[in-house]
Write a protein of this length. Structure first.
Length: 286
């Protein structure tokens, strides 16, 4: 059976189960995190669909507390059957838009089953998708989301990783359109975009560049998002992934949005001379 093994365990996050569980708890309880742990039993009842998220993907020491805000929000909603994570392809290998085709995705917390039926359906809905393992072999942007998902969904879920090498506006909109067509019931799915924001600028400059871009994201304005990135010379690594889930959210009627947390690596390290920006953003469907 096909199995995707961790590429960055022991590097971006702890490589042993017990240490990783403790590290994730620390992200939630960090001074830069939400300050509370998810209820291990989940919500008593929740009829609203889970939010669509934008979540960062750096080492947990830096971006984990910001990511925890989004995962705390997910933990308050109904547990989905499948989680879709759309992330950028940092390594330039594989195909333009790749879906991991089947089998299992492994982390130190165990295995997650790939939703093979949804992978096949997406590839049928749009010809842009390839069923391909190579694109995912080294990629961390999707991998670092999985332990957080395993932490909040302890009773299991299926998983669909989508890796974008081509992050053009046209490709992002097509990914979002295809997801909206393939997902008939948003209550059964969580959709997450994995991206960091400004890279390697002073803290104040990162904030100056990122906040106007985040405003366009909150407005679900894909065209304005791309224009603002160009205007601000923004260096988001997963901009296509963000645009894809914006398009999905817009098409599925997610009308409310909230910036849950913004911080930079300098907030954690104390060195604000050259930072990376992180944001946790949620879109809600009434």
């Amino acid at each position: 059976m096909m199995r995707r093994r961790p590429a960055v365990a022991g590097f971006f996050y702890e490589g042993r189960r017990d240490a990783l569980l403790e590290q994730i708890r620390e992200c939630f309880l960090s001074p830069h995190g939400p300050g509370e742990l998810p209820d291990p039993e989940g919500p008593e009842s929740s009829s609203a669909p889970p939010p669509v998220l934008v979540s960062p993907h750096a080492g947990y020491m830096y971006s984990g507390p910001v990511a925890a805000y989004g995962y705390l929000e997910l933990s308050k909603k109904k547990r989905p059957k499948t989680v879709v994570v759309v992330g950028p392809n940092h390594y330039g290998i594989g195909t333009d838009v790749s879906i991991y085709p089947g089998g299992h995705w492994t982390t130190p917390l165990g295995d997650v089953e790939i939703d093979r039926d949804m992978a096949t359906l997406l590839a049928e809905v749009s010809q842009i998708f390839s069923l391909d393992e190579v694109s995912h072999s080294k990629e961390h942007s999707i991998e670092v989301q999985v332990p957080f998902l395993q932490f909040i969904y302890r009773r299991g879920f299926r998983f669909l990783p989508v890796c974008m090498l081509d992050q053009s506006r046209e490709m992002a909109e097509e990914v979002g359109r295809a997801l909206a067509e393939a997902i008939s019931d948003p209550q059964e799915f969580v959709v997450i975009a994995s991206s960091d924001f400004t890279h390697y600028e002073p803290h104040d400059e990162a904030v100056r560049r990122d906040m106007p871009v985040i405003e366009r994201i909150l407005e679900l304005d894909v065209d304005g998002f791309y224009r603002e990135m160009e205007r601000r010379d923004a260096t988001l690594c997963g901009y296509g992934a963000i645009a894809a889930v914006m398009e999905y959210a817009r098409r599925k009627g997610y009308t409310d949005s909230r910036l849950l947390k913004y911080a930079t690596s300098g907030d954690v390290s104390g060195d604000r001379s050259s930072v990376v920006g992180y944001a946790s953003i949620a879109f809600y469907k009434r």
